[in-house]
Design a protein around this ligand. Structure first.
Ligand code: TA6
Length: 303
């Protein structure tokens, strides 16, 4: 497993060729390639990677608020999706599995750890000014030959409780959005943000994307319920499983919205992406002093 850690990103590669690139700005995964070098994430061609604004694409980390919460006293003054994705995280180090277990059965794996705390020099100044709680985040990115796992641990280091939301805003790459079906959300309740926040139930077994789609699903069963599967032209491509993240947001801006997003390029790039975003955003996670919240997603490559 090799690493290059210039001053902006960490790149890890497995001996079998798979790779992941994480920008320290936002601890944003900006690339995940399979052994053939095929990119699995969508990254806008106009994405800023210089720390001047949140990355458009890859896997932005959303914390402590999803969207905006104008009626929530603690987070109402925060920018959309919070400040984790606009802070410079610290690379805490890596661990590889073959050196520990050496078991071929599991295949090679590498885990990269990133940290952000209220005391961090790279913290977005907005955070300290508008969300003055003591906290610590550890974000881990684990690459294997067939999967990518991102997990987060939020710790309340304050003497007062705080509420937070967490979400991994994953932009999955697809060949043609019109040939995509999302399975695993049948019967799930959802909030339709394209229809004034109306509460609905997913009746069709598959979700298809035929226009702007922005839905916060709460699948039935426990937060670790079954996978959400992205099927393309009849072939399963990605399986997204969740650990302690009870919501899945499905988003595609479609043409008009993409046209209006300055850093969304090319403008027809909406045809090549679908956001499947595991998170804990349906309710506030209330952390008492010293409490911790942990959530994870695993994206498995199928077929
Ligand atoms: O996850 C869906 C969403 O909340 C959409 O409503 C849209 O705003 C998207 O996130 C992108 O948000 P951003 O702040 O990254 O432009």
């Amino acid at each position: 497993v090799t690493f290059s850690d210039d001053n902006s990103r960490v790149i890890a590669e497995l001996p079998t060729g798979e790779s992941v690139t994480v920008l320290l700005y936002g601890a944003t995964v900006i690339s995940w390639k399979d052994a053939q070098g095929d990119e699995k994430l969508w990254l806008s061609e106009a994405a800023k990677l210089d720390g001047s604004r949140a990355v458009r694409g890859g896997i932005p980390v959303v914390f402590p608020v999803f969207g905006t919460a104008p009626t929530h006293p603690q987070t109402k003054d925060l920018p959309q999706h919070g400040f984790a994705r606009t802070s410079r995280w610290e690379f805490l180090g890596k661990s590889t599995s073959e050196s520990q277990t050496g078991s071929a059965a599991n295949g090679p794996a590498v885990k990269l750890d990133f940290g952000l705390s209220s005391a961090a020099p790279g913290l977005d100044p907005i955070a300290a000014a508008r969300w003055p709680f003591k906290f610590n985040l550890i974000y881990s990115v684990t690459l294997t030959q067939t999967s990518l796992t991102t997990s987060i641990v939020v710790t309340n280091d304050d003497s007062a409780p705080f509420d937070c939301q967490v979400l991994m805003h994953t932009y999955l790459r697809v060949k043609d959005i019109t040939a995509v079906q999302v399975q695993g959300l049948a019967d799930a309740s959802y909030i339709d943000k394209v229809d004034g926040g109306a509460r609905k139930t997913q009746s069709a077994a598959e979700v298809t994307i035929t226009g702007e789609t922005d839905r916060v699903y709460t699948p039935a069963g426990d937060p670790g319920a079954g996978p959400v599967t992205v099927v393309e032209a009849g072939r399963p491509v990605y399986a997204v499983t969740r650990d302690n993240l009870s919501n899945v947001v499905v988003w595609n801006p479609w043409a008009d919205k993409a046209q209006g997003i300055a850093d969304f390029a090319p403008k027809d790039g909406f045809r090549n992406m679908i956001c499947i975003e595991p998170g804990a955003v349906g309710a506030w996670q209330s952390l008492e002093a010293g409490d911790a919240f942990e959530g994870a997603q695993t994206i498995t490559l199928l077929g």
